[in-house]
Design a protein around this ligand. Sequence first.
Ligand code: NCD
Length: 306
Amino acid sequence: MLASKNLLGIKDLSVEEIRLILESSLGFRDVLGRDIKKVPALRGKSVVNLFFEPSTRTRTSFTLAAKRLSADVVNFSVSSSSVVKGETIQDTALTIQALGADLLVVRHASSGVPDYLSRILDISVINAGDGSNEHPTQALLDLFTILQYRKEISGLTVAIIGDIAHSRVAKSNIYGLTKLGAEVRVICPPTLLPAEIEHLGVIVFHSIEEGLKGADVVMTLRLQLERQARGFLPSLKEYFYLYGLTAERLRLAKKDALVMHPGPMNRGVEIASEVADGTQSVILDQVTNGIAVRMAVLYLFGGARR
Ligand code: NCD
């Protein structure tokens, strides 16, 4: 059973809740493998996607997940809504609730917006990424993808490379992986470490060669240039030279190490094409698994509880 009707971050979830979501995702992955990829679990419920930031995979994934559960789903497009006429976010959210939505999936450039909306709304709020804070469904689908290839998370060494300071994917993964017993290493230049790093329970490396040694999973991240002030990096070329995941560097990790990336990728900046498309890459599995995991999230947080 889940303690909250909202999924705001992995930080707030217990290990049991994480396991429950991952187990339910397995069931939904079976559904997606059938001829008829649809179940009536959320028939009569409405899901509204409210995205204030660009998104391809996350929004499409939530949309498909809702449809596979037989929910009605509406993609609220901010650029053509009353938001451009100056409506506040609370009025927009209250309007969506008054229209009869059961679940609100929200993405916003400011950290804390989903938390704020969950306090003013009665319906379930699912965080689809808030600023540099959290992106819980991404971390859940990453855990699920690792478990597709490894028996358990506990005991694994996971190296996360890149813009840790500005990445909500990094934060949510750090919370999830450490809760489930992995050793988490972060590899980045000192300028891209978050202020709260000592409280995150990770081991910090500034040398990619050192950090990759013996890793079971290697996760690369996009530089969040839209969230960075100037001056964090000399140039993208230099970043690739120092921190890019090349085939040669990947050989320092375990022979069968998994290569992950939440997307969107900047090839030649954080990852070389031959690694992104290589045999160790599970990047497209992450995308596929995202639908099953989001089905589980929509079902557990929105449907099963009412
Ligand atoms: C990420 C995001 O938006 O936080 N993308 C995603 O949802 N898969 C990562 C990113 O933008 O770099």
